[in-house]
Each structure stands twice: as structure tokens, then as C-alpha cells.
Design a protein around this ligand. Structure first.
Ligand code: FES
Length: 179
């Protein structure tokens, strides 16, 4: 068929074929968006992982930050209460060998508490409350036990977190730290 003999339908078909792009544009755009989405997802996941890792690291530091090394475990004999000037608290080693770190603040109105080794108790100079070596109230007006500092035994060393206090109403065995 010569060019002159082409029907109108042939010309239209030929025109359409010429207009048709060499590649499917819509499909390409979809692929680009999918790729952008994938890259964004990877970046978000990376950012999330980085933030979590950094928080965890900071959290570990915070849990260890307040701790001070007090002394070796054998420094404290069972049945003794020892004042620790740095941090202003007492290490009480109970008869069974377990440890408590007692705050030196009376739970009545906050006076500083001395340990009376002869009487074997804390006697508040302000209003006379007394506490035993576990920090339990022996006599009022105080009504709750001495607060505790978190205590750890690590590598044979007594370590105490002087940045935190644990309030409690009375002593129970789970509060004492054992070797
Ligand atoms: S402050 Fe200790 S008894 Fe009042």
C-alpha cells in the first residue's frame, strides 16, 4: 500500500503510535514514589534506632550516675552501723550479713540522726524518736522507718546511690541486700 493509498483509519492509527511515549510514564512515576517511600522508611527506621540507642545509653548512665564506692564488703562487720560522711548516710550490716544504706534524716521533721552505738539505736535530738539498726521506728513521734538509698554489692565493694531515696513505712527482708 502506497502512502497515498492509506485510509483515514490507518493515518489515525499511525498518529496514535507516534504519540505513544517510548516508556510507560505512569509506571515510572509510581516506581519513583515507591523508591522515595522506601528510602524515607529506611531513614525513619535508622533515626528511630539511633534515638532508642542513645536513650538506652543515657538511661544506663543515669542508673549508675548517683552511685559512690563506699568501701570493701569486709570493712563492715555483721551487727554494725557505720556513718558515711560522704553522702551523709549510714551503712547498716545486719547480723545475717545483709546490708542497708539508711538515710540520716529523721522521718518526723527531718532532723539529722546520730547513731548511739551504746544504746544500739538512732536517737533523734529534736523530739526523741528512736529507730533500730534496720531503720524501723522504736518510738514516736516518727511513724515511718528511715528511708533507704539503693545499695549494690559489686566486685566485693559496697556501692550506694546517694542521689535517690526510697521511702518505706517499715523494714522487710526484701529491702536488705545480700552477698
Ligand atoms: S525530727 Fe526527729 S523526732 Fe522530730
Amino acid at each position: 500500500m502506497t502512502k497515498e493509498n492509506k485510509t483515514e483509519a490507518d493515518v489515525v492509527r499511525q498518529d496514535n503510535e507516534q504519540v505513544k511515549p517510548a516508556f510507560p510514564r505512569r509506571s515510572l512515576i509510581k516506581k519513583i514514589w515507591a523508591l522515595i517511600g522506601l528510602l524515607a522508611g529506611i531513614e525513619l527506621a535508622w533515626i528511630g534506632t539511633t534515638i532508642l540507642a542513645s536513650r538506652q545509653k543515657r538511661g544506663d548512665k543515669q542508673t549508675d550516675a548517683g552511685y559512690i564506692d563506699v568501701a570493701k564488703v569486709e570493712t563492715f562487720q555483721p551487727g554494725t552501723v557505720t556513718a558515711v560522711a560522704r553522702g551523709g548516710f549510714y551503712v547498716s550490716r545486719l547480723e545475717d550479713g545483709s546490708f542497708l544504706a539508711l538515710t540520716s534524716t529523721c522521718t518526723h521533721l527531718g532532723c539529722a540522726l546520730p547513731w548511739d552505738n551504746k544504746e544500739r539505736k538512732f536517737i533523734c535530738p529534736c523530739h526523741g524518736s528512736t529507730f533500730d539498726c534496720r531503720g524501723d521506728v522504736l518510738s514516736s513521734p516518727a511513724t515511718s522507718a528511715l528511708s533507704l538509698h539503693p545499695l549494690r554489692l559489686e566486685n566485693g565493694v559496697v556501692r550506694v546511690d546517694i542521689s535517690r531515696r526510697i521511702r518505706r513505712s517499715a523494714y522487710n527482708e526484701s529491702q536488705a541486700v545480700r552477698i
